[in-house]
Design a binder for this molecule. Structure first.
Ligand SMILES: [Zn+2]
Length: 340
């Protein structure tokens, strides 16, 4: 069966806005897409993503993200934020995208996209947990189901955009694949425009879930600060996350209230994240010039004066950049007295 037909297979349930035969008990209000219909739609999108070479399966970053993700899922279960029906029916799977832009997004059916660009700017597991907890909460709170249910008239357009991307992909595997992902990302960001209330709810629930899972609230605060700083300087669209999750003054006020009572100890160095973030930056294909610059970074005169964590990340990035450039390192010079 063709891709277009598979995608269209999800159409009737989606277009009916939740009346998927009535075989399943509905979780929420009328007008919400049922979990089954949402999962079907998500599966159709996931099939495309699996095929896409820009969604990567890197064992190191994958295991790191998976560890954070599993802890969040466990936290959501403990807090009762993950209803058993959704737990069972949805995929709860994160796709790692090679894209350099800073973004993470929730897709229907418990699928999530996480760009290497975002992994490349986090400093701690807690920061990543704050973003993933927020995205997870858009799904557990049925925000996507509500949007798709409410916008049932627009849903055929949404499906059509995906079909167009899928057809282009099947005609021209290289150009088409990029188009398909672009189309899906556009859907995630434009069609699924969460309301301000939904954003605040995802902040509140996500914060509770990450705290339950044992992540430090500092991560929530520092990620927010990072987004605020980026919002002031981002003119070239490197932070699509900001467009889909605008930092309203209400969200900022909520966040400040949440952490006011906390006395936050200074953050320690999260070595694993330092290295994973360096790896994500290199694997996001920043281009030959940037890779060369990173490969040469440890040889810069001021390198030794940088903080230790920064140097560790830069050394790892340099080694990986050389591998990407297929440059063999210069012949090793062992310090005298070292075993050979
Ligand atoms: Zn959001």
């Amino acid at each position: 069966m063709s891709t277009a037909a598979l995608l269209l297979g999800a159409l009737p349930a989606a277009a009916q806005g939740g009346a998927a035969g009535g075989a399943l008990p509905s979780l929420g209000e009328a007008g919400e897409m049922t979990p089954l219909a949402e999962r079907k739609l998500g599966d159709a999108i996931a099939r495309e993503l699996y095929r896409d070479p820009d969604y990567i399966d890197d064992p190191v970053i994958g295991e790191y993200v998976d560890g954070v993700w599993r802890a969040l899922l466990a936290g959501a279960r403990t807090r009762g934020e993950l209803p058993p029906e959704l737990d069972e029916r949805f995929a709860w799977q994160v796709f790692l995208g090679r894209d350099r832009s800073i973004n993470a997004f929730a897709l229907p059916g418990g699928y999530f996209g996480l760009n290497l660009g975002l992994v490349g700017v986090v400093r701690t597991r807690d920061e990543l947990a704050s973003v993933l907890g927020h995205e997870m909460s858009h799904v557990t709170q049925r925000h996507i189901a509500r949007l798709l249910g409410q916008q049932s008239r627009q849903t055929p357009l949404l499906i059509a955009a995906m079909v167009a991307g899928a057809i282009a992909a099947s005609k021209n595997p290289q150009a088409g694949a990029a188009l398909a992902v672009g189309g899906q990302a556009a859907i995630a960001q434009q069609q699924l425009n969460f309301s301000r209330d939904m954003e605040r709810e995802a902040d509140r629930v996500g914060y509770a879930v990450m705290s339950q899972a044992g992540f430090a609230p500092q991560g929530f605060v520092s990620m927010f600060q990072k987004l605020q700083t980026a919002a002031r300087v981002d003119d070239n669209g490197d932070w699509p996350y900001l467009r889909s999750h605008p930092l309203t003054t209400q969200r900022i006020a909520d966040m400040q209230q949440r952490v006011q009572a906390l006395h936050l100890p200074p953050e320690g160095t999260d070595w694993e994240t330092v290295l994973v973030a360096a790896r994500a930056r290199v694997l996001s294909r920043p281009g030959v010039d940037v890779l060369r610059a990173w490969a040469g970074e440890p040889a810069q005169p001021d390198f030794a004066r940088q903080p230790l964590a920064q140097r560790a990340g830069a050394l790892y990035a340099a080694a990986l950049a050389r591998a990407e450039l297929r440059e063999l390192p210069p012949r090793r010079r062992w310090p005298s007295g070292w075993p050979r």
